[in-house]
Design a binder for this molecule. Structure first.
Ligand code: HEM
Ligand code: HEM
Length: 125
């Protein structure tokens, strides 16, 4: 798959959601969702676009299976984290209710970044 393009596409979807939540907060004066807004934009958009640009700059990295695994771990992990964070901030679940899904989603994002580093080490020439 074209990991770079897919990271750009998914990242842009995260950005649209992040901006919509930002606009809601700005308009309503209700800033409870700020941590979710920050992570949708930073983890969802900024990191995805940075990964896309690296995979585009280093073609051998983008062509590696490690990049595909990283893409899925990052996207699925981030999406789960954001949904759970939104549920927490809107009182649908408690802090205790975040386990075990949120830690697993964080682990997925972390493993994705470790694969990114391994890929850099092996293929960024
Ligand atoms: C039209 C777009 C945006 C609007 C209307 C918007 C609006 C807001 C608002 C109202 C807050 C809450 C401020 C507060 O409670 O002190 C906020 C916080 C924040 N925004 Fe945005 N934002 C936008 C885009 C972005 C983008 C693109 C990024 C990052 C790439 C970003 C990153 C952050 C961060 C890091 C915070 C701090 C969160 C916190 O203090 O917990 N925002 N934004
Ligand atoms: C799985 C990955 C991550 C986890 C589990 C995580 C978790 C957290 C937590 C628990 C906080 C404190 C929130 C609060 O005090 O309300 C926080 C704050 C923050 N994080 Fe992350 N974070 C992650 C990734 C990132 C990344 C990749 C970035 C930037 C590229 C980032 C930027 C920030 C910023 C700017 C704040 C301060 C926002 C605020 O003032 O509320 N985080 N993060």
């Amino acid at each position: 798959m074209n990991v770079s393009r897919n990271f750009l596409l998914v990242g842009s979807l995260f950005l649209i959601l992040g901006i919509l939540i930002g606009m809601y907060m700005g308009g309503s004066g209700e800033h409870t969702l700020a941590p979710a807004h920050a992570h949708i934009n930073l983890l969802g958009f900024v990191l995805s676009v940075l990964f896309a640009l690296v995979y585009r700059s280093y073609a051998d990295m983008g062509a590696s299976k490690l990049a595909t695994y990283h893409f899925w771990l990052h996207v699925v992990g981030t999406a789960i984290l954001i949904v759970m964070l939104l549920m927490l901030l809107t009182g649908k679940i408690t802090e205790a209710g975040m386990a075990p899904m949120a830690p697993l989603a964080e682990l997925a994002v972390l493993i994705g970044v470790i694969l990114f580093l391994v890929n850099l080490w092996k293929n960024a020439k």
